[in-house]
Write a protein that binds this ligand. Structure first.
Ligand code: NAD
Length: 483
């Protein structure tokens, strides 16, 4: 069993303020696989002080963006050198299939960091405009100390979305990983040290929600970047609102995949199933409402059931596994609660609905398809965060758009059709932050985030960097020539 007794603060591994520890439990074997130091309020205070010192007096915000990009490139190299270890660690701590971990948990994280390295080199942090009185210098300055709070489902990826932008901007960071997934963050800390990121620029305090809230309230923190549930996001937004603290929120989703009546079903399901069931259904962007025309409803439902039955459940370390366990027993309780609610509301289970008989330990739930779902049902409106799909019939394209938009959420979505023009018209009409015609994609050079209750602000693209920058205008005398 791994034991980590120290916290990464101020560039050193320091003793925590208390003897509290977090047990990391394998969702597959249900055994404790690691014990790590748990941060408390005093540790957050110490981490914020280190980040503050690094911001107010350290080299990081004063380096040129190109100098910062060189250090970030070294960090990328240090993470890439440990890519396999990172993938195995994430699978062991939260249960993602190992093939998904290699690709989406680790390779995608490295691609995001690489994007921010390039953006740091290319972005115009300053420009000069013709002002009314003379030249006006517009600068984009780092926001200060950023508190970054991340969930357990894609822990490294969500961290890098924040860290890449913060580092490129010249901000300093206190990162709070979720208590379920502190182990990948320990490898990240070692990579930060190996890459020569200056002391105090990134500090890491694994802890639970109360300690997370202490970070949110901390008067010496300038900005909070949060990814997690909509309920927690509301609370965090209200605290930041009181304090007028900058805040970006990446929250839940209940995205709709619209299968138009001209779609080729074979190609559609090959593309759609990974987007619907990835990460054991624990993805904010999962396409969990599938909208099918009444004219082809039975045919589409049968095809979905066939594809879901073929979605192999098993040990997440097995490369053939497509669906592993849920992160924790309480998460399985939650998903089973929704399955019971769907039955009660009158939807029909076309496959799954129980626990896989072959799995003797672990928090597994069978991939499940509900048919005859009405969009007003709880299983169509609330984020289940498990491998549970709802197939909803629609009358015509207008009805499909109405159903897709009748949601408190607006994070992702897709449309499947033989006619890309028709698909683009649908894409324009759905109120959601990320959309794909005939596929499931997330472009790193473009803004990612939510409409409605799916969040506030954007990550990725230049917009993601700007969430860590404060614009400033400096007015200069007429005739002054800026060098
Ligand atoms: P969660 O909200 O319970 O916890 C997320 C993180 O916030 C954890 O680190 C937790 O300790 C911390 N936290 C919780 N309450 C807090 C509070 N009041 N103050 C400060 N910190 C607090 O969410 P979860 O169950 O870990 O993650 C699943 C959720 O995350 C889902 O709703 C999912 O859709 C969402 N998510 C969204 C995105 C996105 O980009 N939009 C990406 C991944 C996950």
């Amino acid at each position: 069993m791994q034991v980590h007794e120290r916290l990464f603060i101020g560039g050193d591994w320091v003793a925590p303020s208390t003897a509290a520890t977090i047990d990391v439990v394998s969702p597959h074997s249900e055994e404790v696989i690691a014990r790590v130091a748990e941060g408390r309020e005093a540790d957050v205070d110490r981490a914020v002080a280190a980040a503050r010192e690094a911001f107010d007096h350290g080299p990081w915000p004063r380096m040129t963006p190109a100098e910062r990009a060189d250090v970030m490139a070294a960090l990328l190299g240090a993470l890439q050198a440990r890519a396999d270890e990172l993938a195995v660690t994430i699978t062991q701590e939260m249960g993602a299939p190992i093939s998904f971990s290699h690709m989406a948990q680790v390779m995608a994280s490295c691609m995001v960091l690489d994007y921010y390295v390039r953006l740091a080199r290319e972005y115009r942090f300053e420009d000069v405009r013709a002002g009314m009185l003379g030249p006006c210098l517009v600068r984009r300055e780092p926001v200060g100390v950023a508190g970054c709070i991340v969930p357990w489902n894609v822990p490294l990826f969500v961290t890098v979305l924040k860290l890449g932008a913060a580092l490129a901007a010249g901000a300093t960071v206190v990162l709070k990983p979720a208590p379920e997934t502190p182990l990948d963050a320990i490898i990240l800390a070692e990579a930060l040290a190996a890459a020569g990121v200056p002391k105090g620029v990134v500090n890491i305090v694994p802890a639970g929600r109360e300690v997370g809230e202490h970070l949110v309230r901390h008067p010496r923190v300038d900005k909070i970047a949060f990814t997690g549930s909509t309920a927690a996001g509301r609370k965090i937004a209200s605290i930041c609102g009181e304090q007028l603290k900058r805040v970006t929120l990446e929250l839940g989703g209940k995205s709709a995949a619209i299968i138009l009546d001209d779609a080729d079903l074979g190609a559609t399901l090959a593309g759609l199933m990974p987007g619907a069931l990835m990460n054991n259904g624990q993805a904010c962007v999962a396409q969990t409402r599938i909208l099918a025309s009444r004219a082809r409803y039975d045919e589409v439902c049968d095809a979905i059931v066939g594809a879901v039955r073929a979605w192999t459940v098993g040990d997440p370390m097995d490369p053939a596994t497509l669906c592993g366990p849920l992160v924790a027993s309480r998460q399985r309780d939650r998903v089973e609660g929704y399955i019971a609610a769907g039955r009660k509301e009158g939807a029909r289970i076309a496959c799954g609905g129980g626990r896989p008989a072959a799995m003797k330990t672990g928090w597994y739930v069978e991939p499940t398809v509900f048919v005859n779902v009405d969009n007003r049902m709880q299983i169509a409106q609330e984020e289940i965060f498990g491998p549970v799909l709802a197939v909803i019939p629609y009358d015509d394209e207008g009805d499909a758009l109405r159903i897709a938009n009748e949601s408190d959420y607006g994070l992702s979505g897709s449309v499947w059709t033989a006619d890309v023009d028709r698909g683009l018209a649908v894409a324009r009409a759905v109120r959601t932050g990320t959309y794909t015609v005939n596929g499931f994609a997330m472009e790193f050079g473009a803004p990612f985030g939510g409409f409605k209750c799916s969040g506030i602000g954007r990550e990725l693209g230049p917009e993601g960097l700007e969430a860590y920058l404060e614009p400033k205008q400096i007015n200069l005398p007429m005739g002054y020539e800026l060098r």
